[in-house]
Design a protein around this ligand. Structure first.
Ligand SMILES: Nc1nc2c(ncn2[C@@H]2O[C@H](COP(=O)(O)OP(=O)(O)O)[C@@H](O)[C@H]2O)c(=O)[nH]1
Ligand SMILES: [Mg+2]
Ligand SMILES: [Zn+2]
Length: 320
C-alpha cells in the first residue's frame, strides 16, 4: 500500500502528494477517489478526509496519475467546526503543527468573538494556535490591544505583520519555518495576500473568491495545501464566516478558556455552568477583573450555542 498526504479535495476527488511509487525521490500528485462507497471508521463527518490527512492509496494502473484511497491514518490533531446545515462535523485541516488565526484592525474590523471560537475549536482538536495581526499599517486601538494581551497571557502567541508592505513577514516566516501551518480568518483579513507573498507562484486571487481551484459556493471550506520555499506545508482555508462549536458538553466549555481553569474547582455548585449559579468563582473572577469581561461574554455565547446543538455530538463527559 502507498502512503500519500491530502493536499486538496473537491467534490470527492482528492489530490494526494506522495513520494511512494517507482521514483522515491520525486514527489508526484495523484488524483484519487475513495475506494468503495464509504471510508471506514469515520461516521458522522461529511468530509471523511481533510487536507493534511495521511492516507493509504492504490495507484490506478490503467490511468496514470489516478488512484483510490483505501484508508485514512489516525490523526494527530484536527481543526473542525460544526456544519449546522448538515448537522455534521466538518474537518477543515488535520495534522498541523500550528494554526495561524489571521486578523486585522480595520476592514474587516477586529472580531475577537471569532478568534475566541477559533481558540476553542483548536483546543478541542488539540491544535496549537497563534494570532497573527495583519494590516499592522492600520490603527490598533486600546480595546483591541487589551484583547490581544489576553491571548498572550493565556499562552497564545500574538504577532504582527503587513502582507501589503511586507513588514514583519520575514519574522513571521521564521516562526513557522519547518512547521505545517494552516491559516484561518474571516474573509478579507489578507490570507491570500500573505500566502502569495510567502509562496512563490501561489497566485491566489486577492479580494475575491479563488477561481483557480474552483472553490466556489458548493465547495466552500475545502482547504488547499501549498508548498513554500522553506520546509513545512502551508494550508489556506477559504471562506469561513462562522465557527460553530461541537464535540464537547456545555458543562466542559470552561476548560477550553485557559484563564478560567484556575477557578473551575472553586464554584459553590458542582457542576457549574458559570452563568446563573450563585457563588460562582468564575463570575467572581470576571467581576474583579481577573478574567476579561469580554472573554466571558464569548464564553456565554458559545455556551448558548452548545446548548442549542442537536444532541449526539458528544458521547461522554470530559475526564478532568
Ligand atoms: N492595508 C492593508 N491591506 C491589506 C493588507 N493585506 C491585504 N490587504 C488587502 O485586503 C484585501 C483582502 O485581502 P485578501 O488577501 O483577499 O484577504 P482574504 O479574504 O483573507 O484572502 C485586499 O484588498 C488586500 O489588498 C495589509 O497588510 N494592509
Ligand atoms: Mg482569500
Ligand atoms: Zn461557576
Amino acid at each position: 500500500m502507498l502512503l500519500g498526504r491530502v493536499a486538496a479535495g473537491i467534490n470527492n476527488i482528492y489530490t494526494l502528494l506522495t513520494t511512494d511509487g517507482e521514483d522515491k525521490n520525486r514527489e508526484r500528485e495523484v488524483s484519487c477517489r475513495i475506494k468503495g462507497k464509504k471510508l471506514k471508521g469515520d461516521p458522522g463527518r461529511y468530509n471523511p478526509i481533510a487536507v493534511g490527512d495521511w492516507v493509504e492509496f492504490e495507484d490506478d494502473l490503467q490511468h496514470q496519475g489516478s488512484g483510490m484511497i483505501v484508508s485514512r491514518q489516525e490523526r494527530k490533531n484536527v481543526f473542525a467546526r460544526l456544519n449546522r446545515k448538515r448537522g455534521t462535523m466538518q474537518t477543515i485541516a488535520a495534522n498541523m503543527d500550528l494554526l495561524v488565526c489571521l486578523t486585522s484592525p480595520e476592514s474587516p474590523p477586529f472580531r475577537p468573538r471569532f478568534i475566541d471560537r477559533v481558540l476553542v475549536a483548536a483546543a478541542i482538536g488539540d491544535m496549537p494556535v497563534m494570532v497573527l495581526v495583519n494590516k499592522m499599517d492600520q490603527h490598533v486601538d486600546n480595546a483591541m490591544r487589551e484583547r490581544l494581551d489576553v491571548y498572550s497571557s493565556i499562552g497564545c502567541q500574538v504577532r504582527y505583520c503587513s502582507a501589503a508592505t511586507g513588514e514583519g513577514v520575514a519574522e513571521f516566516i521564521a516562526c513557522i519555518r519547518g512547521k505545517d501551518t494552516a491559516f484561518v480568518g474571516q474573509s478579507g483579513v489578507g490570507k491570500s495576500t500573505l500566502l502569495n507573498r510567502i509562496v512563490p507562484g501561489a497566485d491566489l486571487a486577492v479580494g475575491e473568491i479563488t477561481k483557480k481551484y474552483n472553490r466556489g459556493s458548493h465547495t466552500t471550506c475545502f482547504a488547499l495545501m501549498l508548498k513554500a520555499d522553506f520546509p513545512g506545508r502551508l494550508v489556506d482555508t477559504p471562506g469561513i464566516r462562522e465557527i460553530d462549536i461541537a464535540g464537547i458538553l456545555p458543562l466542559d466549555l470552561g476548560h477550553y478558556f485557559p484563564e478560567f481553569v484556575p477557578f473551575l474547582g472553586d464554584c459553590a455548585f458542582s457542576p457549574c455552568y458559570h452563568d446563573h449559579e450563585p457563588r460562582c468563582a468564575v463570575r467572581d473572577a470576571v467581576d474583579d477583573g481577573r478574567i476579561h469581561a469580554d472573554r466571558f461574554e464569548s464564553y456565554l455565547r458559545i455556551l448558548e450555542q452548545l446548548r442549542n446543538n442537536a444532541p449526539g455530538y458528544v458521547k461522554e463527559r470530559r475526564k478532568n
